[in-house]
Design a binder for this molecule. Structure first.
Ligand SMILES: O=C(O)CCC(=O)C(=O)O
Length: 315
């Protein structure tokens, strides 16, 4: 991979499918540095004083929205897996907590995700995020002022790693018009067994963004329907909106070191990890800094604003 951005073949695939897999985007040395940093973060964070916030997405549960989550825009914070059995009929498979709320896994094996400011607060992750490569890819995708707004490590822990249900990232990271793109780097090989990503190819062209995650006046977060006239990502491009999940999900297993670009409107998901191996990945999201950013979005810019990839020197 050179730092001259995407090739025309890569761009055609992206435009057609709404995602793109780039094998060997980062070296195995960089992968190792990031794996070591992830292990260090997981082993060293203190349980004392931790509110034991669990990551929930709002499907069947209330979406996560406590202060620990809402104020993580400039911090490195640790969100636990849920405490429930993975399946009601399963007596063996448990989550991170017992039914009475006790942590039943070592803390380093109980975290669902770490976020949301690794790109500013963790030197190894900052170094790999604010790079000429990422800047040039963002430029190839049409960004004028690409802003890194959040970053996360998703751990998909062995045996208890939760599924990420079908969603579109611009629901969670909304601009007007929608502009979010996920840069998703595999730190370990991802497979159907450990919960690799899957996509509905082309759904970014017909699946509108219908709702967005906002801060509620009474506290916490909730989903708000987009109003008539608000940009939904399909209308603006003159596309034809459709309902449903399309022709189904296509699996996207990748090797460690791969980059997966994810369009903010493409339907994607990942399954539970019931395997004995973890599935660590690092992802950050880029939005167009020239578009209005709503003050009710759950994630607010830190003091000084989001991190601008345009500040990275192109070598
Ligand atoms: O890594 C995963 O399993 C899901 C990631 C995802 O859906 C996202 O970053 O939007």
């Amino acid at each position: 991979m050179t730092i001259t951005g995407l090739t025309s073949e890569q761009l055609s695939f992206w435009e057609e499918n709404g995602y793109l897999i780039i094998p060997d985007a980062i070296s195995q040395e960089v992968v190792k540095e990031l794996v070591d940093e992830t292990a260090k973060l997981l082993n060293e964070f203190p349980l004392e004083g931790h509110p034991m916030t669990k990551f929930t997405t709002g499907d069947g549960d209330k979406h996560i929205g406590d202060d620990y989550f809402l104020n993580s825009n400039d911090k490195v914070r640790f969100f636990f897996e849920k405490g429930l059995p993975l399946h009601p009929s399963s007596s063996l498979l448990k989550g991170a907590f017992s039914s009475t709320g006790e942590l039943i896994k070592p803390k380093a094996k109980a975290i669902n995700k770490i976020g949301h400011a690794l790109h500013t607060n963790s030197p190894p992750f900052a170094k790999m995020t604010m790079t000429p490569l990422n800047r040039s890819i963002a430029k190839s995708l049409g960004f004028r002022d690409p802003n890194v707004m959040q970053s996360m490590i998703i751990c998909k822990q062995p045996e208890i790693g939760g599924a990420v249900l079908s969603h579109q990232d611009s629901t969670f990271l909304y601009t007007d018009p929608p502009s979010a793109v996920g840069f998703w780097y595999a730190l370990e090989d991802t497979t159907p067994e450990n919960g690799c990503l899957s996509f509905v190819p082309g759904s970014h062209k017909w699946a509108p963004i219908k709702k967005r995650l906002v801060r509620l006046p009474e506290g916490g977060t909730g989903f708000e329907d987009l109003k008539e006239g608000q940009a939904n990502g399909v209308r603006e491009k003159g596309g034809v909106e459709r309902e449903g999940e399309g022709d189904g999900f296509v699996l996207g297993p990748v090797k460690k070191g791969s980059l997966v670009l994810i369009h903010g409107s493409v339907l994607h998901q990942s399954e539970k990890n019931l395997s004995p191996n973890s599935r660590w990945i690092y992802t950050f999201h880029v939005i167009e800094g020239e578009y209005p950013y709503d003050e009710r979005n759950w994630l607010q810019p830190p003091e000084g604003g989001f991190s601008r990839l345009n500040d990275v020197e192109l070598a």
